[in-house]
Design a protein around this ligand. Structure first.
Ligand code: ADP
Ligand code: ZN
Length: 738
């Protein structure tokens, strides 16, 4: 199977659960697969289709995708076709003939075909060895996307009792899952439910201040890469596009109010990499399968976390690091409330309020966003079985990645709690902030709260900061929530004691970054983007674009970004080397190999680069003089080389024009990767090292802040992080010995 995987799909490894699912099918079991978007569901039936004798039928409601999917299969040398309403009568006839003669391995069908008696008769004449039901949740009325045509699948199942069925979906609650099994009449189905963690996605929420400037900066950082920006209303998409054009940033709008032709054309141009940025309402995305979207921005609050997960899920389907940035302001909630308030049905209204509340909670979160999302989808822990604990950084959300600082919060905490008490413990954090900051809001005046002694006594904290302090006091148990729905606050026993005894309190908050400094961090948690030569990568992308446009297919059908990045890392210079690159299967090697080799060889000649296909990472062709010579960036490698040459952290930082923090982060990453870097010269003296180690032993190795708290100001985060990296390294050596 691995050979088939390499030969036909060009991949070297299976993604989680793929192999198990394929085995289940090959044993002719009915199978249910729940896998997040981008998890690699298609392969689960495409690969068995090659092993099995007859034809595999694939039922999918996403007509717009069928052609691309079939093109992708054909480009891998797999005989595939589709039948849906976009074909003419004659074309359908031709495909049917091919199927009847046994010349097809995979046939995609739109569900409405199954309701036509003639068509069912035609299916009866075929030797079908497998039926795959994509987007299987569409069969259930409990799901979010019920399609009545899917009901015809029950009958199809009946007519083919001996053929294994595989049902696949990215979203299914338990109820929907049960419904799928029942409606399809699956027999003793094997069920595979994959984790919803998307480790290559980095989640970030940013305060919506100077949001447009921030956006422009994000887009400049992601120049040349595909970006989706979700907006609230149709006109917002068009206004945004105009504003971006003023900044010479090319973008297209997409919303349900456009005529179908414009919509189709804009989507097409995005898929074909002719335009990088699309500003869209949520209408956009269902029909797109672009694997290399590197950034999804939400300009407005999503309606629910399900929606958010689904929309952000469109980033990084190819597994490469990608970002999801949400701009949040409390005012946006008010905007949504306006629409919710106009809902007629009371249950619907409550439901919408609850969903929105969860989104707000997500935005205001002071703990890991990834873990919160996963818990929301019913996953206990992000890293089951790996021993990661609750407090371990996920390494891929702004909360976990943020630098934190401690501050004396005694005064502000006293003020907040007094305000909560004086206003009768009937208000939420937003209102408390208004009172403390002396707002002239109508409600404050109406309730006479401008007469309270706490009115207007805070001017060194912004509204958002006060709300944040409220959140921290909630976390500490000094405040509590009176009601989930409106999030009104009360002061707990503990809080009252604190006030009475005039205790001191130190809280930890994120270090503030000015918006113009707030940079997107570019690496996700795992499946690291390989360090590659960006200039060559660009040339390869240009070649890919040319080929794609000649062949009339989307560029990713030729090769994915991950494959091009590998080429720009290993510089393969003959067909054999090229065939080792992940994503290069036998058919594509033959079809495109020479063209790509020509570009790589030329570039290698110009820059005197050797074929590095033997994955020796400390290649001598690497630059030792820092990161930016000749436009090449080998971030980690460069840091590694400098450290190996005996540079101190500070020297390395100066040499590379990076911050000390970044260098330390590189070292941590290198150690995580298992690089045998000699850290001893970088460590603090023995005594300090022991103290740090002692502190870690006491509070655990997962979080830095408590250790810092224990050690006090005399110790820097830098030392602490290095010491931890050192301990990790020693432990990994030990476990290798053992
Ligand atoms: P889904 O249907 O679950 O959303 P797809 O089947 O479209 O996901 O696969 C998403 C991406 O992952 C595609 O670009 C595909 O080529 C890639 N992919 C699938 N399986 C593998 C694998 N074993 N190794 C590498 N890439 C894979
Ligand atoms: Zn996190």
């Amino acid at each position: 199977m691995r050979d088939l995987l390499k030969k036909h799909f060009g991949h070297d490894e299976f993604r989680p659960l793929q192999e198990e699912v394929i085995n289940s099918i090959l044993q002719r079991c009915d199978t249910l697969v729940i896998m997040p978007t981008g998890g690699g569901k298609s392969l689960c039936y495409q690969l068995p289709a090659l092993c099995l004798d007859g034809l595999t039928l694939v039922v999918s409601p996403l007509i717009a995708l069928m052609k691309d999917q079939v093109d992708a299969l054909k480009s891998n040398g797999i005989a595939a076709e589709f039948i849906n309403s976009s074909l003419t009568y004659a074309e359908i006839g031709r495909v049917q003939e091919q199927a009847r003669q046994g010349n097809l391995k995979i046939l995609y069908l739109a569900p409405e075909r199954l309701t036509l008696p003639d068509f069912r008769e035609f299916l009866g004449t075929l030797e079908v060895s497998l039926v795959a039901i994509d987007e299987a949740h569409c069969i259930s009325e409990w799901g979010h996307d019920f399609r009545p045509d899917y009901r015809a699948l029950g009958r199809l199942r009946h007519g083919m009792p001996a053929v294994p069925f595989i049902a696949l979906t990215a979203t299914a609650t338990d109820r929907v899952r049960e419904d799928i099994l029942a409606q399809l009449g699956l027999k003793q189905p094997q069920q595979f439910i994959a984790s919803f963690d998307r480790p290559n996605l980095r989640y970030e929420v940013r305060p919506k201040e100077r949001a447009f400037d921030q956006l422009v900066q994000l887009l400049r950082e992601r120049k040349g890469e595909s970006v989706i920006i979700y907006c609230f209303a149709r006109k917002d998409t068009e206004e945004l596009v105009d504003k971006l054009l003023d900044e010479s940033i090319d973008a297209l709008a997409y919303h349900a109010g456009m005529d179908a032709e414009t919509r189709r054309r804009n989507q097409e141009r995005f898929i074909r990499d002719e335009v990088d940025i699309i500003a869209a309402t949520i209408a956009f995305g269902m029909g797109i399968d672009k694997p290399d979207v590197r950034l999804v921005v939400h300009q407005e609050l999503p309606k629910s976390l399900e929606a958010y997960y689904q929309q952000t899920g469109r980033a990084g389907r190819d597994g490469l690091p990608s970002d999801c940035v949400l701009f949040y302001s409390y005012g946006d909630k008010v905007k949504q409330d306006f629409f919710i308030d106009r809902m007629e049905s009371v249950t619907e209204k409550h439901n919408a309020q609850r969903k929105l509340r969860q989104v707000i909670d997500y935005c205001q979160l002071r703990k890991c966003r990834r873990r919160y999302l996963l818990e929301y989808f019913g996953e206990e822990s992000i890293a089951q079985g790996t021993g990661e604990t609750e407090s371990e950084s996920c390494g891929g959300c702004d909360v976990c990645l943020a630098e934190r600082e401690e501050f004396d919060a005694t005064i502000i905490a006293q003020k907040v709690m007094s305000a909560v008490i004086r206003t009768g413990e009937r208000f939420g954090a937003g209102y408390i902030a208004q009172v403390l900051r002396g707002s002239a809001a109508e409600r404050v005046l109406r309730l006479g709260h401008d007469n309270l002694s706490v009115y207007g006594i805070v001017d060194d904290f912004s509204d958002a900061d006060v709300r944040e302090v409220c959140g921290m006091l909630l976390d500490k148990g000094m405040l509590y929530k009176n009601s989930e729905e409106y999030a009104t606050l009360g002061v707990s026993e503990e809080g009252r004691t604190f006030l009475k005894n005039r205790e001191r309190i130190v809280l930890s908050r994120r270090k503030k970054q000015k918006p113009e400094q707030a940079r997107a961090l570019t690496s996700g948690r795992s499946r690291e983007s390989i360090e590659h030569d960006p200039a060559l990568f660009e040339r390869l992308r240009a070649l890919r674009r040319r080929i794609a446009s000649d062949d009339g297919v989307p560029p990713y059908v030729v090769f994915g970004d991950a494959t091009l990045q590998q080429m720009a890392h290993y510089f393969p210079q003959n067909l054999n080397s090229l065939s080792h690159i992940s994503g290069v299967g036998a058919v594509k090697l033959k079809q495109y190999g020479d063209k790509f080799l020509a570009v790589i060889c030329e570039y290698a000649r110009e820059n005197n680069l050797k074929d590095r296909t033997e994955p020796v990472r400390n290649s001598r062709s690497m630059h030792t003089d820092g990161s930016h010579s000749n436009g090449r960036v080998y971030t980690y490698e460069s840091t590694k080389l400098l450290i190996e040459q005996g540079f101190s952290i500070r020297q390395a930082a100066r040499e590379r024009g990076l911050s000390v923090n970044t260098i330390v982060a590189h070292i941590e990453m290198l150690v995580r990767r298992g690089e045998a870097l000699d850290l001893v010269p970088l460590l603090p003296g023995n005594h300090r090292l022991e103290c740090i180690q002692g502190a870690f032993e006491k509070v655990g190795y997962t979080r830095l802040a408590p250790v810092k708290e224990l050690l006090g100001d005399e110790y820097s985060y830098e030392e602490i992080r290095l010491a931890r990296a050192y301990v990790r390294q020693q432990n990994s050596y030990q476990s290798m010995d053992g």
